[in-house]
Every structure is written in C-alpha cells, then in structure tokens.
Design a protein around this ligand. Structure first.
Ligand code: NAP
Length: 276
C-alpha cells in the first residue's frame, strides 16, 4: 500500500494547493498550511480544467457545491462541481485530500458510521459527493466530516447568532443527530491525515448532538436570550432528505478531534460577525 507524505509542510512555499480557498474550510486550511497557495472560485472554477501549473506536492480540495437543497433543483450543476471538479483537481497529478460528507449515508444505522459502512445517499448532494469520492482517484485521502462551522462564510453557528439576536424563540430540528465540526480542528488534523495511507477516513468532532441541542449550546455560549423550540425534520420541511443519524467515527486510526463544544468555543472566540 502506498503511504502518505512524511512532511507536507516542508515541501516549500506554494507547493500545497488549496481549492475553494474562499470557503470556510479553505480559509482554515490556508491557516493550517502556512505558505499554501489558495485558489478561490474566482481564481479557478473547478468545473474547468486547472490553470497550467507546476505539479504541486499536495492538493487540498475544499471547493464544492455545498447547497444541499439547491442540489435537488440542479443535480447536474452540483455534479459538475462535486464530481467533475474533483476529477479536474485530481488531474493536477498530485496526492490529494478530497473532503466529503456524512450525507453519503442514509442515517438509519443505530450508532456511529465507520469507514466500512455502506454509503447510501438520500439526496442529490450526497450522491454527487459519493461520486466525487470515486473521481478523486487512487492517490487520495477521502476525508468525510460533518456539520462544518467556522468563523467565516455561511454556516449554522453564524446563522443562529444572527437569528438568535433578532428573535425570542427559534424552531430547530431535533431529530437529526450529528457531530458539528469546527473547521479549525479539521484543518489541523489534515496535517496528520496526510501521513496515513491513502483511503477513506472519518474525521469529525468528538461527541454528538441534534441541531436543536447545538443551537441551545450556541445561545448559551454566546449569552443570547433565545429559546429553542424543538421540531421534527418533517415540520421543518427542507427540500433535500437528510440522515437522522450521521455521527461519524473512525475504525482506521484517523485523528480524533476535540468535542464539538470545544470547537464551538474556539469558533466563537474569533468569529467574524460582518455579513452573517
Ligand atoms: N458545510 C458542511 O456542513 C459540510 C459537511 C461535511 C462536509 N463538507 C464538505 O467540506 C468541504 C468544504 O465545505 P465548506 O463548508 O468549506 O463549504 P463552503 O464554505 O461553501 O466553501 C466551498 C467553496 O467552494 C467554492 N466553489 C463552489 N463552486 C465552485 C467552483 N465551481 N469552482 C471553484 N470553487 C467553487 C465556493 O465558492 P462560492 O461561494 O464563490 O461559490 C466556496 O468558497 C466540501 O467538500 C463540503 O462538501 C461540508
């Protein structure tokens, strides 16, 4: 079995290439890999072949179509980014970390999903991400994570902070259980993942919670006086089907991340509240 990189950071400035560099994970990866070269959506639309480049030492592929409900309306648009874009990133010819999702699972398992569990995506987004895993090729670490939040971009934490400051009560889904993962912790773990053999790895925060429990923790940590009304997935009525249980754990020795509550505190301490 081919093994990973011994020291990716030591490969010199600009030798690590980050796609989706304007997204919440991309921003965190640029911080965790000092000297990495970031490509935002404007720099490189990954549905197109890569700009002509020297072959990097490592590609961290964080560009993706992440609008889960929007993918139901435009599955081919989502596939162009999540499958075609991953193939274009793989065509750079370097070892690659490709980020994937808990939404490749159907959510019916009792207990956490491990790497050997069979995927069965229930949404167009989940299907494109699963096909994207295959498009990453053989020299890739497929890193599945869940419920990403960070200090930039659109995410659950920033949305709750905005709505929680405006309202006395918010209705939040209480029958989907996951492990909300702080992008700073995930990005740091990538340093360790690239020392492992290529393959699929589950890398998510410790602990788990429902979205309603997570919202309550956000309000508590942020000192916001907003009640959470616990509702069902059916009551919320989102377009795309989401797994009821999407807690990820590794059976392959992937790095373990701090508990989601610790991630939440780390995120809140550096949150960019502009344009939430
Ligand atoms: N968010 C989650 O809860 C979650 C959970 C599990 C796994 N993941 C996976 O983690 C990875 C990072 O997600 P994220 O949370 O950082 O998402 P994000 O904040 O939405 O970032 C994705 C980035 O990709 C860019 N992008 C979209 N289409 C592109 C294209 N055609 N060419 C180049 N760039 C494009 C976006 O730019 P624009 O905004 O300008 O379009 C955005 O900057 C993705 O693979 C995602 O599937 C996310």
């Amino acid at each position: 079995m081919e093994h990973g990189l011994a020291d990716p950071v030591g490969t010199g400035p600009g030798r690590v290439l980050v796609t989706g560099a304007g997204g919440q994970l991309g921003v965190a990866l640029l911080e965790a890999f000092p000297g990495a070269r970031g490509f935002t959506h404007a720099d490189w639309d990954v549905t197109q072949p890569a700009p002509v480049l020297e072959v990097p030492a490592l590609v961290l592929h964080a560009a993706a179509w992440t609008n889960v409900d929007g993918a139901e309306d435009d599955p081919q648009g989502a596939a162009a980014v999540n499958v075609g874009g991953t193939a274009n990133a793989a065509a750079l010819g370097a070892p690659m970390v490709a980020f994937s999702t808990d939404y490749v699972f159907d959510g019916t398992k009792q207990g956490p999903y491990v790497e050997s569990d069979a995927p069965n995506p229930q949404s167009a987004y989940g299907r494109t991400k699963l096909h994207g895993e295959a498009a990453a090729g053989e020299r890739a670490w497929i890193v599945r994570s869940s419920g990403l939040f960070g200090w930039t971009s659109r995410n659950f934490v920033r949305t709750m902070l905005r709505l929680g400051a405006e309202r006395d009560e918010l209705a939040v889904v209480d029958d989907q259980r996951t492990a909300p993962t702080y992008v700073g912790h995930l990005a740091e773990a990538v340093q360790e993942i690239v020392k492992l053999p290529f393959g699929v790895y589950h890398v998510a925060a410790g602990g788990d919670c429902t979205w309603a429990e997570f919202a309550e923790a956000i309000f508590e940590e942020a000192g916001l006086d907003c009640r959470v009304r616990r509702i069902t997935t059916a009551e919320f009525g989102a377009k795309a089907k989401r797994p009821a249980n999407s807690v990820l754990r590794s059976e392959k020795g992937a790095p373990t991340l701090p508990h989601w509550r610790e991630g939440l505190r780390a995120c809140l301490s550096r949150l960019d509240t502009s344009g939430v």
